[in-house]
Design a protein around this ligand. Structure first.
Ligand code: PRX
Length: 628
């Protein structure tokens, strides 16, 4: 396949960091720091781990029994001790930890001391319900502070949180609760989307009705009067915390204790429960947040992600809190109520670090320069992008409207990697559209199918050595974990195609598998296909990703109808609605085309690659396995 990978000619400009940025940065010379880190990665990670507090030290940094890794063996820790206690016992106790802004303009501010108290109350309430180490809690909340509090409270006790993005529908939530066998679900009455209240509790009711493991449902009630709750099984969040003590010690845990499951899409219809652990994940998110964003105590750090996705886990909650940062988080869309939303927040709170996505940048770019132009953005110093390739045009626009002198950290990583792996540091020269070079201690490369380094050119992105924040397994499915390491000999295969240029810069170009990135969200084509096939009118379906101006990619579906069903605009709308009901709005196909046959291999597998090539007017490559 490597030979089919289009290697685009990149002739973009090189942006050198200014002297002030470099002088201020933790890492001033990337090449030297990288060389040193990679000469002995275990020593490098050992040094990073020592910057954090442990209840007892590790005796071995890494145990590597290919492809199973354990980090910081013998060490005990608790990630929340480093997120909270460490700061509460220092001058940071009254420093602002989280500024939350609601969609309707509400503001809630938590100092480290206040966040600590809230987390402890929640942890005590969890204990009161009889929750024990290793138990799973599904968190299905909109972007409100309780989402962060609930995650940290679970972690404090060694419970495993499974946060599910609140845009997912009941069947998608149900399959995630089932796989995790969660005892508890935490939700809210409503989330808000462009001013409309979206009821969440009925989604949980529907899912939980089919999940016998769920014992209790905790509900954050945002609207007055509060929705009615079932007295035995359902508890109001405030009443649940009422009277709970604000003191609760973090439980010392073995470094390899699972911290969370996070479900992500792959090439089959079943989402994968990626497992991360306390010790290694703590070390990885801590140091990447520190070095990539150059996080300092005086910064106000704004990450636009939702904790429902991995970016929110690692770079709203854990990474920044581990660094004692002040975090701004805002509910709602970038262009609601106006396209000035984020620019206003940056001005109002004096944001200095702004981590966003290519989709959001392209959306704001459509509204023009006036919106950012009307605001004082001079407090910004470091910018970030994540989730999908950023096209140079969007990069240049973002760079220009924010003052033309702030470096953009184009961070490449995945749910599975836990933390950022390929990224610039503020001292690195930038090429718009390139995630530049590997992070310290990370041996990333671009290889052919046999695992041979390609030098320069196109191939598959791989990681050649284990790293602390890597996933430990896929919950209930270790074979799928092995799949990541069996694909290309000796390497972790990310599933991305990538081009490496003569300067060793990485240009990630998209997925090599059947995963579509819609607005940076990972959607498995197989999941959408199985949702379509569950509709009474559809006998077969094939789904592909197609380039889209704002969202990066959009979903296009090809369907074969059952006899007796006719293609009508109503049916097409109904199919779209059906996918939304099964999976959620994010997975809804934008285009559906009715066909009479689908290209298949002789063994009956749908060749999505052929459909995609045809749709885009490209050469389909090797079609020798095609049946007809
Ligand atoms: O294809 C890559 C793309 O997002 C995938 C990982 O998706 P997910 O697990 O949802 O995590 C998203 C947030 C880390 C990758 O396999 N991707 C992520 N960041 C970039 C990217 N593609 C290009 N450039 C990036 N900076």
């Amino acid at each position: 396949m490597a030979e089919h990978i289009e290697t685009l000619l990149k002739t973009s400009a090189l942006y050198h960091p200014d002297e002030r940025t470099v002088a201020r940065a933790y890492i001033k010379d990337y090449d030297a720091a990288y060389r040193e880190s990679i000469a002995d990665p275990e020593q490098f990670w050992d040094g990073v781990a020592r910057e954090l507090e442990w209840f007892s030290p590790w005796h071995t940094v890494l145990e590597w029994k290919y492809p199973w890794a354990k980090w910081f063996l013998g060490g005990t820790c608790n990630i929340t001790y480093n997120c909270l206690d460490r700061h509460v016992r220092s001058w940071r106790t009254n420093k602002v930890a989280v500024i939350w802004v609601g969609e309707r303009g509400e503001e809630r501010i938590f100092t480290y001391a206040e966040l600590y108290r809230q987390v402890n109350r929640c942890a005590n309430a969890l204990k009161r319900l009889g929750m024990k180490q290793g138990d799973r809690v599904t968190i299905y909340l909109p972007k409100i502070p309780e989402q962060i509090i609930a995650m940290l409270a679970c972690a404090r006790l060694g419970l495993i949180h499974s946060v599910v993005y609140s845009g997912f529908s009941a069947p998608a939530l149900e399959s995630r609760i089932r796989d995790a066998e969660a005892r508890l679900a935490i939700t809210a009455d409503y989330g808000y989307d462009r001013g409309t209240a979206i009821p969440l509790k009925p989604v949980v009711d529907k899912a939980a009705a089919r999940c016998p493991t769920i014992e209790k449902i905790i509900v954050v009630r945002r609207e007055k009067p509060g929705i009615t709750l079932d007295a035995g099984r359902e508890l109001d969040w405030d009443a649940w915390l009422e009277g709970q003590s604000a003191a609760c010690d973090a439980v010392p845990l073995d470094a390899e204790t699972p911290l969370y499951f996070l479900y992500t899409s792959g090439t089959t219809g079943k989402p994968k429960g990626v497992v991360h652990v306390h010790g290694g994940y703590m070390v990885g998110t801590y140091i990447t947040a520190k070095y990539v964003f150059d996080l300092k105590d005086e910064d106000v750090y704004f990450c636009v992600a939702d904790p429902g996705w991995v970016t929110g886990h690692s770079y709203i909650v854990y990474g920044p809190l581990l660094n004692g940062a002040t975090i701004l988080t805002a509910e709602g869309k970038p262009d609601y109520p106006t396209p000035a939303r984020w620019w206003e927040l940056i001005e109002k709170y004096g944001v200095s670090i702004f981590y966003t996505t290519p989709t959001a940048i392209r959306l704001l770019m459509k509204y023009g320069d006036d919106w950012p132009g009307r605001h004082d953005l001079s407090t910004l110093r470091i910018l970030g992008s994540v989730g999908e390739p950023i096209n140079p045009e969007a990069w240049e626009w973002f760079h220009r409207v924010t003052g033309g002198d702030k470096p953009i950290m184009d961070t490449w990583w995945q749910t599975e990697t836990g933390s950022i792996l390929v990224t610039p540091l503020p001292c690195v020269s930038l090429k718009p559209g390139s995630a530049t070079r590997p992070f310290l201690g990370i041996e990333a490369d671009v290889v052919d199918k046999q695992g041979r380094s390609i030098g320069t050119g196109g191939g598959f992105a791989v990681i050649k050595k284990p790293w602390p924040s890597m996933m430990r397994t896929i919950h209930n499915d270790p074979d799928r974990y092995l799949g990541y390491w069996n694909n290309i000999p000796g390497c972790y295969t990310a599933g991305d195609v990538c081009h490496k240029d003569a300067d060793g810069y990485f240009w990630f170009m998209g997925r090599a598998d059947d995963v579509v990135k819609v607005a940076g969200n990972r959607i498995g084509t197989a999941e959408v296909e199985s949702a379509l096939v569950s509709h009474e009118a559809v006998v077969e379906a094939a789904v592909i990703g197609k380039p889209h101006r704002t969202a990066g990619e959009m979903i296009k579906a090809f369907v074969i109808l059952k006899q007796g069903h006719l293609e009508t605009p109503e049916l097409i709308d109904d199919l779209k609605r059906h996918v939304q009901t099964e999976l959620g709005k994010i997975a809804m196909p934008r285009e559906i085309e009715v066909v009479t046959s689908l290209p298949k291999t002789r063994s009956g597998k749908i060749m999505r690659r052929v459909l995609k090539a045809k749709e885009l007017g490209q050469d389909p490559g090797d079609i020798s396995t095609l049946e007809e």
